[in-house]
Write a protein that binds this ligand. Structure first.
Ligand code: CAA
Length: 394
C-alpha cells in the first residue's frame, strides 16, 4: 500500500490551495449572500486548467489523473463549494463522459472547448418526476430521420444558465424502458432551449442551478453519444466518476470547517484557558480529524481504482455517502465550536454547513448510494475483501 502523493499531485494540491486563498476567498461570503455567479473566478479556474483536468492533452485538457482532480476539488471546496460544483460537473460529468464515450468528431467539436473552459457544460438527467428513479425519463427524443425532436423539462441543473452545451438524457423508445434512452449533445443557443429561473438555494448559492425546458429542439443525429439506447448506461457510468468529485467536494467542505474550528479553538479562551484545552472541545476535534481521515482514504481509494482501470462504482458510492455524512456532521460541530460567532455569516462555518447538505443529495442521494453499495455487497461483488480466507475467524 502506498499512501504518499507524487510530486506532481502535491504540486496540484498546493497550486489549488494558493489559488483558492488568493482568488476564491475574497468575496465568497458576498457571492453566497447575493447568489452571484462567480464569473471571473470561473474564468480564472479555466485559465488555471481546473475545468478540464483529466482530459487528455490532445483535446486541450490537463492530462492528469483522478487523484489530482480530487486534490484540487478538495482544496477549492474548503473555501468555495459553489466554484467547486461548477468545476466538478464540467470535469467529471461532461468532459469525462464525452472523452470516454463520444466519437472523434464530437470530441473535436465540443470536448476541445469544454476542456479549456472556453465553453461550460451541464449534465441534464434529473426531471421534476424523475430524480432518484432516473430510468423513468419523461423527456422525449423522437427519431425524425436525420435528427431527434427533443421535448421535456429538466430540473436542478448545475451550470444551467451559464453553459453552452448540455448532455441531455431523453427517451427515444419508451417500449424498451431504460434501454430506449439516449444522451444527446445540445447547444444552448439552439431554437427551443428555454432556461428557467435560477433556483434560490440553501447552499452553494453562487452556483447556477436552473430548470431547463426543451421545446421541439432539433438535435442532429450525429450529436447522439454512443449507440442507440446507450443513454442510461452513459449516465450511470458517468455518475460513477461524478460521485468521486462530489465526495471530494464533501471532503473539502468538512476539511474547511475543521481547519476553521481548530484555529478558532486554539485562539478562543474560556474559563481561563484556550477552549481547545477543554476536553469537550478537544474530543470534538479528535472526532473531526478521525472522520475526515477516514473519508479521505475512501475518496482517494475510489480515485485510485478509477485510475487503475478497475471497477470503482461501489467505491465511489461508499466515498460519497461517507464523505457527505462527515461533512454534515462536522460542519455542525464547527458551528458549535464557534458558538455565537459560528451562527453569523462573517465566520464562514455557517455557509459551509449549508453547503454540506447538497452533497447528500445531488449526483445520487445517500439513499441511492446505499442501494448501489448494498446490491454490490449482497451480490458478492465488493472489490477486495478485507480479509483473505485464511484469516477468517473460525
Ligand atoms: N454502470 C453501468 N451500468 C449501470 C450502472 C453503472 N454504475 N448502474 C446501473 N447500470 C445499468 C444496469 O446494469 C441495468 O442495465 P441492464 O438492464 O442492461 O442490466 C440498468 O443500468 C438499470 O439499472 P438498475 O436496474 O440498477 O436500475 P434501477 O432503476 O434499480 O436504478 C439507481 C438504479 C442506482 C437507483 C439509478 O437509477 C441511480 O443512480 N439513480 C440516481 C440518479 C442520480 O444520481 N441523479 C443525479 C442527477 S445528476 C446531478 O445531480 C448533476 C448535477 O447537476 C450536480
Amino acid at each position: 500500500m502506498q499512501f504518499e502523493l507524487t510530486e506532481e499531485q502535491m504540486a496540484v494540491k498546493e497550486a489549488a490551495r494558493n489559488f483558492t486563498q488568493q482568488e476564491l476567498l475574497p468575496g465568497v461570503i458576498e457571492r453566497d449572500r447575493e447568489m452571484k455567479y462567480p464569473k471571473n473566478q470561473v474564468r480564472r479556474m479555466a485559465e488555471m486548467g481546473f475545468l478540464g483536468m483529466m482530459v487528455s492533452t490532445e483535446y486541450g485538457g490537463g492530462g492528469m489523473d483522478t487523484l489530482s482532480y480530487v486534490l484540487a476539488m478538495e482544496e477549492i471546496s474548503k473555501v468555495d463549494a459553489s466554484c467547486a460544483v461548477i468545476m466538478s460537473v464540467n470535469n467529471s460529468l461532461v468532459c469525462w463522459g464525452l472523452e470516454a464515450f463520444g466519437n472523434e468528431a464530437q470530441k473535436q467539436k465540443y470536448l476541445t472547448r469544454l476542456a479549456t473552459g472556453e465553453w461550460i457544460g451541464a449534465f441534464c438527467l434529473s426531471e421534476p418526476e424523475a430524480g432518484s428513479d432516473a430510468t423513468h425519463q419523461r423527456t422525449t427524443a423522437v427519431d425524425m430521420g436525420d435528427y431527434y425532436l427533443l421535448n421535456g423539462t429538466k430540473n436542478w441543473i448545475t451550470n444551467g444558465g451559464t453553459s453552452n452545451v448540455h448532455l441531455v438524457m431523453a427517451q427515444t423508445h419508451s417500449e424498451k424502458g431504460h434501454h430506449g434512452i439516449n444522451c444527446l449533445i445540445v447547444e444552448t443557443d439552439w431554437d427551443g432551449v428555454v432556461i428557467g429561473a435560477k433556483e434560490d438555494k440553501l447552499g452553494i448559492r453562487a452556483s447556477d442551478t436552473h430548470s431547463i425546458m426543451y421545446n421541439d429542439v432539433k438535435v442532429p443525429k450525429e450529436n447522439r453519444i454512443g449507440d442507440d439506447g446507450f443513454g442510461f448506461k452513459f449516465a450511470m457510468k458517468t455518475l460513477d466518476g461524478g460521485r468521486i468529485g462530489i465526495a471530494a467536494q464533501a471532503l473539502g467542505i468538512a476539511g474547511g470547517a475543521y481547519e476553521l474550528a481548530l484555529a478558532y479553538a486554539k485562539e478562543r479562551e474560556a474559563f481561563g484557558k484556550s477552549i481547545s484545552k477543554h476536553q469537550a472541545i478537544a474530543f470534538k476535534i479528535a472526532d473531526m480529524a478521525t472522520d475526515i481521515e477516514a473519508a479521505k482514504l475512501l475518496v482517494y481509494r475510489a480515485a485510485w481504482l478509477k485510475d487503475q482501470g478497475m471497477d470503482y462504482s461501489t467505491a465511489s458510492a461508499m466515498a460519497k455517502v461517507f464523505a457527505s455524512e462527515t461533512a454534515m456532521k462536522h460542519t455542525i460541530e464547527a458551528v458549535q465550536i464557534h458558538g455565537g460567532y459560528g451562527y453569523v455569516k462573517e465566520y464562514h462555518v455557517e455557509r459551509l454547513l449549508r453547503d454540506a447538505k447538497i452533497t447528500q443529495i445531488y449526483e445520487g442521494t445517500s439513499e441511492v448510494q446505499r442501494i448501489v453499495i448494498s446490491r454490490s455487497v449482497l451480490q458478492g461483488q465488493l472489490y477486495v475483501p478485507i480479509w483473505s480466507e485464511k484469516m477468517q475467524p473460525v
